[in-house]
Design a protein around this ligand. Structure first.
Ligand code: CAA
Length: 294
């Protein structure tokens, strides 16, 4: 997908930069610009509302991420929040307050988190400031999480008389375990970045100004890897979170086998034996996904 022409318009709820530009300290693009091949940057853009996830924003986010996923030129997606105060402070409470059980059951926007989690392309959340409620759940729906030392996580829904509704009881429990999830969900307390790291939520904890640069560098490293193997690895690791161990082991074994005979497997092993660097193809081919793997 080409870089969106209108991405700087204030009305854009979600900005897309593809390929993303490498960032320096503070998150500004380097000068002269350096394009990160295969990397897309998606920015939640409601900074005045701390990037609260309105239905319109969630739908747009899902559309954007799915379009990037369908683009062979995109091999890793970084999702971040505009500004420095928040990744996203949750679902939009003003909008949520007017909902009923029935309206929520038929609200397609509520599939936004799962649609992001389901794309085959690896996703990385770059979190500065608040990642609360649905914002924390969006970060958890990503495959990796790079957090600033000023990041704050939490599932404060209990303080609104509700519970997390987009993975905060499920993905969080699988990530940090039952006892810790109960603490966070039942107290609604905020978790500073250093504690989030101790809990095992984070891929990297970095100084605040380096967050976007670190997430984009991580994405660029993933985008430079052999893509059939990347997608197989993503599907296999996700399977560990989605079903019983026996099923996950079968998914892993199927994907492992399916990689044999792919050009990158042949090239990778030949290069090793010839003691040289491998030359990867960049686009993923069609390694069949096992049933149930996303
Ligand atoms: N929804 C809608 N608007 C929000 C919002 C949200 N989740 N979070 C912040 N905002 C808005 C505020 O209303 C405010 O707007 P105005 O300037 O127009 O008044 C603006 O963002 C700045 O927020 P604050 O003035 O509150 O800033 P603060 O620094 O005093 O506090 C905060 C920051 C602690 C994050 C506080 O805004 C807050 O507690 N936000 C709500 C967090 C929350 O409860 N999230 C869970 C939502 S429910 C959910 O997500 C369900 C689910 O599982 C999907």
């Amino acid at each position: 997908m080409p870089e969106q022409e209108a991405r700087d318009e204030p009305g854009d709820l979600v900005l897309v930069e593809q390929p993303a530009r490498r960032r320096g300290a503070g998150g500004s693009p380097l000068e002269p610009p350096e394009l990160l091949d295969g990397v897309a940057l998606v920015t939640l853009n409601r900074p005045r509302a701390l990037n609260a996830l309105s239905f319109a924003l969630l739908l747009r986010l899902a559309e954007v991420v799915e379009a990037l996923d369908a683009d062979p030129a995109c091999r890793a997606i970084v999702i971040t929040g505009a500004g420095t105060r928040a990744f996203a402070a949750g679902a939009d409470v003003a909008e949520l307050a007017g909902q009923t059980a029935e309206s929520l059951a038929s609200a397609p926007a509520f599939q936004g988190w799962d649609r992001v989690a389901a794309v085959a392309t690896p996703t990385i959340a770059a979190v500065r400031g608040y990642a609360l409620g649905g914002g924390a759940e969006l970060a958890l729906a990503c495959d990796m999480l790079v957090a600033a030392d000023d990041a704050t996580f939490g599932q404060p829904e209990i303080n609104l008389g509700i519970i997390p509704g987009a993975g905060g009881t499920q993905r969080l429990a699988r990530a940090v375990g039952k006892a810790r999830t109960m603490d966070l969900v039942l107290t609604g307390r905020r978790v500073p970045a250093a504690e989030a790291e101790r809990l095992g939520l984070l891929t990297r904890l970095v100084p605040a100004g380096e967050t976007l640069a670190a997430a984009l560098d991580l994405a660029a490293a993933v985008a430079a890897q052999p893509q059939d193997a990347v997608r197989a690895a993503v599907a296999a690791v996700r399977a560990a979170f989605e079903g019983p161990l026996e099923e996950g082991l079968l998914v892993e074994r199927d994907l492992f086998r399916a990689l044999f005979g792919t050009p990158d497997q042949e090239e990778g092993m030949r290069a090793f034996l010839e003691r040289r660097e491998p030359r990867w193809r960049t686009a993923p081919s069609s390694v069949p996904a096992p049933d149930g793997a996303s």
